[in-house]
Design a protein around this ligand. Structure first.
Ligand code: ADP
Ligand code: ADP
Ligand code: ZN
Length: 214
């Protein structure tokens, strides 16, 4: 199964991706996580990406296309994959199409997680992250122990781009550059819209129903 999780910042893509990864044993490919790891390791990619990310802008398409091409060529993607945070622009979606065609693969579904702006702002402002990729919310999904990751016991932190100015910009960037992908995948008959305003566990049930029906 080859799927994409689409949705605005804060929709719950990462949260659901962790559940899908575990339940279906699909590799979870988060371009945001890959970029943050490169920033932490001070790689040349990380240095290039950092200023865009902290402002809430998108990192240039060429860099993302290279990342995704490399990642999809790894062995663990041979039986399926789940993309989270890619594609975010039409050129990225076109590039993905080319990469998949070259390797005789195709997409099975694009899960569009829909949440309104007011809720997104609340979710992003209360989000706390762990280096292992787990994400929490101070009110909606708190860790068992304050400030500590349930999974790896790492120390939780707030992302730079989860501060008010960057959040505002990311929502604008989403509407302008990423939202057109809803129409793009709808025309390809791949789009499945999920109501992302529900409880985390209910959304996962809805996602399973959609995936079982494929
Ligand atoms: P994304 O990867 O789409 O940016 P996350 O999965 O990181 O989103 O979720 C954003 C924030 O909202 C996190 O703090 C997360 O714990 C919280 N969250 C995720 N899903 C829900 C939900 N269904 N209801 C309430 N809060 C949620
Ligand atoms: P969220 O879904 O919560 O906004 P991500 O972790 O997916 O966050 O992305 C964080 C940031 O990383 C984005 O705001 C952007 O700067 C960069 N980024 C991640 N994926 C892409 C992509 N496919 N294209 C361009 N920039 C990206
Ligand atoms: Zn952790």
């Amino acid at each position: 199964m080859n799927i994409i999780l689409l949705g605005p910042p804060g929709a719950g893509k990462g949260t659901q991706a962790k559940k899908i990864e575990e339940y279906y044993s699909l590799p979870h490919i988060s371009t945001g996580d890959i970029l943050r790891e490169n920033i932490n390791n001070n790689t040349s990619l990380g240095v290039k990406a950092k200023s865009y990310m902290s402002r809430g802008e998108l990192v240039p398409d060429e860099l993302l296309i290279t990342i995704i091409k490399d990642r999809l060529s790894k062995n663990d993607c041979s039986k399926g994959f789940m993309l989270d945070g890619y594609p975010r622009t039409i050129p990225q979606a076109d590039a993905l199409q080319m990469i998949l065609t070259e390797s005789n693969k195709k997409l099975d579904a694009v899960l569009n997680i829909a949440v309104d702006d007011e809720e997104l702002i609340e979710r992003l402002s209360g989000r706390r992250m762990c280096k292992c990729g787990a994400s929490y919310h101070v009110n909606f999904n708190p860790p068992l122990k304050d400030g500590v990751c349930n999974v790896c016991k790492g120390q939780l932190y707030q992302r730079d781009d989860d501060k008010p100015e960057a959040i505002k910009n990311r929502l604008i960037v989403y509407k302008k550059q990423t939202q057109p992908l809803i129409d793009y995948y709808n025309r390809k008959k791949l789009l499945r819209t999920i109501d992302g305003s529900k409880e985390i566990s209910q959304i996962f049930e809805d996602i399973k129903s959609v995936l079982e029906a494929l």
